[in-house]
Every structure is written in structure tokens, then in C-alpha cells.
Write a protein that binds this ligand. Structure first.
Ligand code: RB5
Length: 150
């Protein structure tokens, strides 16, 4: 099972703290034939995560890209920024169970990773689970529909 669709790319974004992990994830996805839309940052030079998170969120929110994968040092700053967008459900996940539940229960459309707190191998496991877990719907559908402000 995959949540990927052939017509959409995976949107990626990070700040400097997540840059190396973003590159690792981009390489992994591309090696699997999965197209990515990389919103930066493009180096380990210090920068501000909202500058990359907002354009990434807009791409997912508009339906151009799906899903998104984002990372900063803790994951918190970039998740807070992404979740300012009404159409974004960004989930901070540091293990595979959280990623599975973020998809099954919350229909998360952006996976957020805490780059300074998990090794790259763990992050790739989390990415694989996130990309292969469908939304359960049912009772969760109603709850998810109540998240966005009208
Ligand atoms: C950068 O030092 C760090 O503050 C940032 O990556 C992130 O953890 C913020 O939430």
C-alpha cells in the first residue's frame, strides 16, 4: 500500500538543523523512483524554518504536492509553522507507531521529523511507514473534519 499518487511529488522542507536529513530522505525517495519537490533549505548555514515551511505547506495545501515531509532540530518550530495553514495536518513523529497512527487516525498530510533527536536510519523507517499507511476513515473522518477553522 502507498499513499503516493503518480501525479504528485513529495514536498520536502527543512532548516539548517534538518538539512542533512532532508538530503538523505530526498536521496532515498529518488532511489525508489519517487519525485520530490524540495523547498529548501539548501545548505547547513543557519536560517529560519518558516521561510521554507510556508511554501512547502502551500504546495501541499493547494494539492500540487502530496504528502510533505519536514524537519528541523526538534521538529516543533517547523510543525507549528506548517499547522498555521488550515489545510495542513502536520504530525511530529519520532517513532514508527506515531507515524502509523498519524496516518490512520489523523490523516496527517505532512510528516515532521526531529532531526537532532533520531538517527537517519530511524527517520527512514518512519518515512516508509508514513508513506505506506492509509487513513482509516470511519469515526476519525468526523474528527479530522473538525480540525480546520471554518
Ligand atoms: C535551530 O537551532 C532550531 O531551533 C530549530 O531547528 C528547531 O529545533 C526549532 O524548533
Amino acid at each position: 500500500m502507498t499513499i503516493l499518487t503518480p501525479d504528485k511529488k513529495v514536498a520536502l522542507c527543512s532548516d539548517h538543523a534538518g538539512y542533512e536529513l532532508k538530503q538523505t530522505i530526498a536521496q532515498y525517495l529518488q532511489s525508489e523512483g519517487i519525485a520530490v519537490d524540495d523547498f529548501g533549505t539548501n545548505s547547513s548555514e543557519s536560517c529560519d524554518y518558516p521561510d521554507f515551511a510556508h511554501p512547502c505547506a502551500e504546495a501541499v495545501e493547494s494539492g500540487r504536492d502530496y504528502p510533505g515531509i519536514a524537519m528541523c532540530g526538534t521538529g516543533n518550530g517547523i510543525a507549528m509553522t506548517l499547522n498555521k495553514h488550515q489545510g495542513i495536518r502536520a504530525a511530529l513523529c519520532w517513532d514508527t507507531d506515531l507515524a502509523r497512527l498519524a496516518r490512520e487516525h489523523n490523516d496527517a498530510n505532512v510528516l515532521v521529523l526531529p532531526a537532532r533527536f533520531i538517527p537517519a536510519e530511524k527517520a527512514l523507517e518512519i518515512v516508509k511507514v508514513f508513506l505506506s499507511t492509509p487513513f482509516e476513515g470511519g469515526r476519525h473522518q468526523r474528527r479530522v473534519e473538525k480540525i480546520a477553522l471554518k
